[in-house]
Design a protein around this ligand. Sequence first.
Ligand code: XUL
Length: 511
Amino acid sequence: MAYYLGIDSSTQSMKGLVIDPAAGAVVGAAGVNFTADLPQYNCPDGVLAHPDPLVKHADPLMWLAALDLLLERLRAAGVEMGKIAAVGGDGQQHGSVYLNGRFAETLAGLDPAGTLAGQLKAALARPTSPIWMDSSTSVECRALDAAFGARLQADTGSPAIERFTGPQIRKFAREEPERYAQTARVHLVSSFLCSVLAGRDAPIDAGDGAGMNLLNLRTMAWDAAVAEFTAPGLLEKLPKVGKGVAGGLHPYFAKYGLRAGIPVAVWTGDNPASLVGTGAWGAGVAVVSLGTSDTFFAALDTFRTDPEGCGHVFGNPAGGFMSLACFKNGSLARDRVRQEAGAGWAFFDTTAFELTAAGNGGRLALPWFVPEITPPVLEPGLRANFDFAAAEPAVRIRAAVEGQALALRSHALWIGSFGTIRVTGGASKSPGIRQTLADVFQARVESIAVADSAALGAAMLAAHAEGVPLAAMTERFSPVTAVCEPRAENAAVYTALLPAVQALEKQAPLG
Ligand code: XUL
């Protein structure tokens, strides 16, 4: 049967997953870790060292070396590469790659005797790529705010955001005008790697394009006025906006056993790919991913934006739109609350919730140990509406878990209501957290065992581009492993606490 390959180019690694939709099986997987496998690019954890802590760049040649190595590893692992019928992929969002006039010609003439990095080095107009962790463009964001005001969010789905590509391009054009002038093409990480596979300039999809502060989501075309303000002549330097198939696989990749000419699906961003991989691409299902940071994402039935400007709107690769909000204080914050309470994981995950009642008697905490993104608050520090330090460990733990869950609900109000929440990430194994989410949202909380949801989503999108229905793949590849039902008797308790968490977000940290 036909196989499909999905490649996830994320911050710290590149992963490949090969699926056989007819058999409902993952038939191959491989990964390249940038720190361990490609130390020569000096990007531990995927980031180049820089004296300014706000500047976060990576070496785009490392992503090319990773692509060569990943395909070689898949082949060496015994995957029947000749059975792969289409390739899809996704990239960490917002990061950008700057190419000169030699890019198109170099791509077309890729020679299997050489490496991708070796051949494409001379096509870079800028040696480094700013990535999503960069927050050095506040000046550019304020300029965009002043020029476009609320229209920027109303039309592009987000207000001006430091890590978004438009502000990054504006900074580059102002600081390095000569290199900007030599730039013929600005690609996202996703569209850059897709171009390499297809051997020609690939489009940017609406999933990833919406993370640029440049794509008008009402017209699905680049916003000419915003692009020109961002940097002179930018419109001509952007690839097309598109979906479907970018082209046939370049013969260069035949050296890994892949068939030249198989369709290369237009790549998307890692979050839109995860929306597909977690099976949440339809309305009414939200995903809460509990990791280092917590993310909340869901399909949006119609285009609308967050009135508070915290959440983003991206294209949904399955059609329509999706929302995404990122909460910086996730698992690391929970772990710190646990440690400071002197509790073990069993106590944190279960016992604390047995010793206390839903609503915690109104005692809430927001464990913001680092500056928060949702809502944007620069001053770190724990917020609480009671004497946190003096309270029992179980009370502290419930206060923090309920505070986080209520903040998630509060910032998701604009998106709509959800009958189902799918949870992923390490902390999703915690019974206390799952029941709290179920009760706070009054939704059924489903656990899913999907390790690499972005790579899986990318493989599913490759298959989908070839006519395989997404619904059938979701059932097979993203099955529900556990369910936690909401307790109706707790609905009113949490609804009554929403104003309290909203007030807490405006409070100063405890001293
Ligand atoms: C989303 C974001 C990150 C990156 C890297 O806006 O910045 O999730 O996509 O994963």
